[in-house]
Ligand binder design. Structure first.
Ligand code: CUK
Ligand code: CUA
Length: 647
């Protein structure tokens, strides 16, 4: 059996490469049988050989996908497209105990807004931390568009460590984007609203009282935390700001943020007006915002230059204009993505309602600023650089160009064409279309390996398709999305694989060379994984105890195959119970889980970790607790009883 399998594999590859299969008649026939039975072509075999990963094999790249409306993240391997993990971020995720143990509840509470907990998120754009414009594999950031928030994930254990709420925005789409040394994480607002918290102004005062903004969150790499007190924002006009990107190399120190609806149109004020989307597309151009964030960071330190809004430092537009840190450039109407080329010299913008990509030259922009060559001012007095003065080239690619990523090959870019359902490969230096491939269907973002850094790795492209329609077995009216893997190592792009993504709409994905990641195998015994500190509830084997203070009962327990210590917990009805548990295992992958019947608590306790669950024992009765991971032959015996005695 073994021998047969080896031969078949060798022949499959040989046949796929067109070498022919003359070796063993039996095996060759078998391969052809399979091809015939499954209706496969030579091209299919080649694609299979490029993605198939035998047991124990590893992927060259890891992809981190936003989980869209699920508020989580999805980790998968490239080229195998095997899903490896979900990461709970803005939404409780029971497998990891996220939102069901005390440590993760504290992380989620960091994202409370107006004192209320929000248990979902609309995640759009992940970003990996960078050093000198290259992914360093230490941290991952992701935004929540609906409730303007950012989260920090530590890539040593793939756990969410921090959530912060934007102090002045009501929605955001322009995050998370990292500056080249992760000095700041950029977050730009989407729908303009009053910046003051819980402040009402009627829509008639839209132009005067509603504002956009871009926030620069200071990142403290040593502690892995965004620092609210060292962060600042720039007040922007009430345009709908959209995606952002940070400059790199030549353009380091600058950032770029798109906008749409610079018409400042608002719907619903009077009857008979055009609908919102029509009113918002009246003009031929919108504005790219060009910000000198390095200088803005200096300016924001001086109290004289900022307004304090909701405890947060905001540089008003008039200060930004006076200090020469904010400029506008017209861009084809209703733009979506803004992407800085790997050499930092060009900024690529595509308008959903324009068939071109527009390539702006950073050098030309700087030249216009230096020589004060402005064509006009916007209604708020912000200098506007003429489009012709800033453009390097425009290339006609097709209908609905959205986002652009880059190849390891010089000057080569890929742009998604939403309406055409295609990916275009083109040259941004010479402004030339090179190749096109059909995808299925309606692509949003696309992603090449490390394709938004200074050193893209090429090889693969993933098309993030909004609609899958007929690609998979039907599962009801709500379809999964379709991530299509495309080989970009040759001149012609080749479609390799369709992967259904069933966990929300992963707007954007970032892919990193897997060997840059150094995830931990276990925690140091007694670690609170969410803070990376020694846990107050840590105990060693033999030191387990239960402590009572008034109606507070604290249990200091341990987990090791196949035993929960203590085996019983006795409390009185009404007691506040905290159970601390340390997993004493040292073996790889020996995770234990913990739950108590009907008290809605759950924890995942990986080797070395200490967790706590807390609840009020408000019901008299007998409640089994047990280990929720099948950890050993005596897993089912890994249990105990919570005994709640009547008062
Ligand atoms: S994305 Cu968020 S609307 Cu094109 Cu960056 Cu899908
Ligand atoms: Cu521990 Cu099952």
């Amino acid at each position: 059996m073994k021998k047969f399998a080896v031969k078949t594999t060798a022949l499959l590859i040989a046949a796929g490469l067109g070498v022919g299969a003359a070796g063993s008649a039996f095996a060759a026939e078998s391969l052809q049988d399979v091809m015939k039975r499954r209706n496969l072509t030579q091209q299919d075999l080649l694609a299979a050989a490029k993605t198939y990963t035998p047991t124990g094999g590893r992927d060259e790249f890891l992809a981190f996908a936003s989980g869209g409306q699920s508020g989580q993240m999805i980790v998968y391997g490239v080229p195998s497209m095997r899903i490896l993990k979900y990461i709970g971020v803005f939404t409780p995720e029971p497998w990891q105990g996220y939102g069901f143990d005390e440590e993760s509840k504290k992380v989620l509470a960091g994202g409370n807004i107006d004192g209320k907990s929000i248990t979902w998120g609309d995640t759009h754009h992940p970003a990996i931390s960078e050093t000198n414009g290259e992914y360093d594999g230490q941290f991952l950031f992701i935004n929540d568009k609906s409730n303007p928030r950012l989260a920090v994930i530590d890539l040593r254990d793939f756990e969410t460590k921090q959530i912060v709420a934007n102090p002045i925005m009501k929605s955001e789409h322009g995050g998370a984007f990292a500056t080249p040394n992760t000095e700041y994480i950029i977050e730009a607002s989407q729908y303009a609203s009053p910046l003051e918290n819980q402040k009402f102004y009627p829509l008639e005062q839209f132009n005067e009282k509603y504002r956009g903004a871009v926030t620069y969150w200071k990142f403290d790499r040593e502690h892995g935390q965004l620092k609210a007190d060292q962060s600042f924002s720039l007040e922007l006009p009430p345009y709908s700001q959209d995606l952002s990107d940070a400059g790199k190399l030549d353009s380091d120190g600058w950032s770029f943020t798109n906008s749409f609806c610079t018409e400042r149109y608002v719907g619903g004020i009077e009857k008979g007006r055009p609908p919102y989307e029509a009113g918002c597309s009246a003009k031929d151009t919108d504005y790219m915002h060009v910000v000198n964030w390095k200088r803005a960071a200096e300016i924001a330190k001086d109290d004289k230059n900022v307004k304090i809004i909701n405890n947060h430092r905001v540089i008003p537009m008039e200060v930004a204009i006076r200090e020469g840190i904010l400029f506008l450039i017209p861009e084809p109407k209703s733009p979506h993505g803004v992407d800085v080329t790997p050499n930092g010299k060009f900024i690529v913008v595509s308008g959903k309602l324009d068939t071109h990509v527009s390539v702006y030259s950073f050098e030309k922009i700087m030249d216009a600023i230096k020589n004060k060559r402005f064509e006009s001012k916007d209604p708020y007095g912000i200098p506007v650089i003429g489009m012709k003065d800033a453009l390097h080239t425009q290339v006609q690619l097709g209908l609905g160009p959205l986002h652009t990523q880059f190849d390891s090959k010089e000057c080569v870019a890929y742009t998604s064409l939403y309406v055409d359902s295609m990916v275009a490969k083109w040259n941004f230096c010479e402004g030339k279309l090179l190749d096109k491939i059909a995808i299925h269907y309606n692509i949003g973002h696309l992603m090449t390996m490390e394709g938004d850094t200074t050193k893209p790795k090429g090889k693969y492209l993933v098309a993030l398709n909004k609609l899958s329609i007929d690609r998979f077995n039907p599962v009801g009216p709500l379809h999964p999305q379709n991530h299509q893997l495309i080989d970009i190592s040759n001149d012609k792009m080749q479609l390799l694989y369709d992967m259904p993504l069933p966990l929300g709409e992963p707007h954007y994905v970032v892919g990193i060379q897997a060997d840059k990641l150094k995830p931990a195998i276990r925690y140091k015994v007694g670690t609170n994984s969410r803070t990376d500190q020694q846990h107050e509830g840590k105990v060693r084997a033999g030191e387990e105890k239960t402590v009572r203070e008034g109606n507070q009962v604290k249990v200091y327990g341990t987990l090791i195959r196949s035993h929960i210590t203590p085996e019983t917990i006795e409390v009185e009805q009404g007691d506040e119970v905290t159970i601390y548990l340390t997993n004493l295992e040292r073996a790889q992958d020996e995770t234990h889980g913990f739950t108590v019947s009907t008290y809605n608590v759950h924890a995942s306790v990986e080797p070395g970790k200490t967790i706590s669950v807390k609840f009020k024992a408000d019901k008299e009765g007998v409640y089994p607790y047990y280990c929720t991971e099948f950890c050993s032959a005596l897993h089912l015996e890994m249990q105990g009883y919570l005994l709640v005695k009547p008062k």
